[in-house]
Design a protein around this ligand. Structure first.
Ligand SMILES: [Zn+2]
Length: 272
């Protein structure tokens, strides 16, 4: 599944290709993917309009034009493939967007959990309205998160993976950030102190930043017609390391299963 670092890498790769370029064509090959594609609205609002910027909120990309934005989400298996024409090159190409004369972005998504939607200028959209702040946004402050978590009895790991609280932190990044911050994943979110929130937030950001930095070197994956955007080759400390010695204290890394997802942590460095 494309995670926040992959989506941020894609955003950076798209900037020189489509910002200040005119959307010169749109083609759709399905009525819906995860949700119906508002084809008529998108054609009317996007065609002949110049893209002013690309914003990322969690794993959503917003390609901004004067009246609003094209909202893209890659779901579980989505990919943007850069091609040289308006002709679909592979199965599961659901839409093609042309910018200028020679940039063709093919939206490919075999499992169809992705989204192609329209957001009006107000920025209001049911999918975005429910989202908590992006981890890099100033709105994601330690104090705001502590207030938000007040009286919350959910484990801290569940809390930071809930996109309504803070958006875009996947399982790998949640495990790695909690380990770096020395916080046990099962502690109640409401019991995390301000100093711990401060540390956790900076660990979330540095974990994501390292992955984004590693992503720069694998940028081509997005544009390789046969490639897939997998996890970046970042050095992981706990994720997938059950039984291996902790790098800080040598205690074997533990694994827990929470609602079908694995949690990896060091029970010595991340005491309850
Ligand atoms: Zn340890």
């Amino acid at each position: 599944m494309p995670e926040l670092p992959e989506v941020e890498t894609l955003r950076r790769a798209l900037l020189p290709l489509i910002v200040n370029k005119t959307c010169t064509g749109l083609k759709f090959y399905r009525k819906d993917i995860r949700f119906p594609i508002p084809r008529t609205t998108l054609r009317k609002q996007m065609e002949n309009q110049v893209v002013s910027q690309i914003q990322r909120i969690g794993k959503y990309l917003l390609l901004k034009v004067p009246n609003g934005a094209l909202l893209l989400h890659l779901g579980m298996s989505g990919r943007i493939s850069l091609q040289a024409s308006m002709i679909p090159r592979e199965k599961h190409t659901h839409a093609i967007f042309q910018f200028g004369d020679e940039t063709f972005l093919h939206f490919v998504d075999p499992r169809r959990f992705g989204c192609i939607l329209w957001v009006p200028q107000s920025g209001e959209h049911p999918l975005l309205d429910k989202l908590g702040p992006d981890p890099f946004s100033p709105d994601a402050s330690a104090r705001a998160l502590k207030n938000h978590a007040k009286n919350c009895r959910s484990p801290i790991k569940t809390f930071i993976m809930d996109s309504r609280r803070i958006t875009g932190i996947g399982n790998i990044y949640a495990c790695e950030s909690l380990y770096l911050a020395g916080i046990n994943p099962e502690r109640k979110a409401g019991k995390i102190t301000l100093a711990e929130w401060d540390r956790l937030l900076s660990c979330v950001r540095s974990t994501l930043e390292n992955s984004i930095a590693a992503g720069g070197t694998t940028l081509r994956d997005f544009f390789d017609p046969n490639g897939s955007a997998g996890y970046y080759a970042v050095k992981l400390s706990v994720y997938g390391k059950e039984g291996e010695p902790c790098a800080k204290c040598k205690t074997p890394i533990s694994r827990l299963i929470h609602s079908g997802r694995s949690t990896f942590f060091c029970k010595t460095c991340q005491k309850k």
